[in-house]
Design a binder for this molecule. Structure first.
Ligand SMILES: [Zn+2]
Length: 165
């Protein structure tokens, strides 16, 4: 059975559905139908403004932002999303300490919804270091469909790797 590293924390029946989509060569089309909109956040300056605008709207009282940048070396799952297992706490602690928000550069060309999702995730870390219940409540406060978006982002990353061969 094909391992799905981006979806390792999700229930087996969901992973099986994804394998079926891949087997029928439908995953890419499903994602581009569902998320057709690109975004115009091209550089670090625009990214800062984008993150600040979301922060002003939802987390005005959280600590001020430090640097905000696209990072070509960041590994999305290991260093940004966490693995949906208990091992992920180090990552959040690091971010909380620095107030710096690094967004993996894969998001520069990803659909608009996925950029929003990852920014929401990183903003929530300004208040909650760990991926705990309070953390995900913050995420869904900023993006009500956060959990679906995170799942679909993981599908997007899976598809991207398949296409890269
Ligand atoms: Zn995180």
């Amino acid at each position: 059975m094909q391992p799905l590293k981006y979806l390792a924390g999700y229930p087996p029946h969901l992973q099986d559905q994804v394998r079926a989509l891949i087997a029928r060569d439908r995953l890419g089309a499903m994602l581009s139908d569902k998320y057709p909109e690109p975004h115009a956040v091209r550089n670090d300056g625009q990214l800062y403004d984008y993150v600040q605008a979301l922060k002003n709207r939802y987390l005005r009282k959280a600590v001020p932002l430090g640097k905000v940048l696209y990072d070509g070396k960041l590994q999305v799952v290991k260093q940004a999303l966490g693995t949906h297992t208990a091992v992920s706490r180090v990552h959040g602690g690091r971010l909380k300490a620095s107030r710096e928000i690094r967004i993996a550069s894969v998001f520069r060309d990803a659909p608009a919804e996925f950029l929003k999702m990852i920014v929401v995730h990183e903003l929530a870390h300004l208040k909650e270091a760990e991926h705990n219940k309070a953390f995900y409540q913050l995420c869904t406060h900023m993006a009500p469909d956060y959990h679906q978006l995170e799942f679909d982002l993981r599908l997007y990353l899976t598809q991207r790797e398949l296409e890269a061969g």
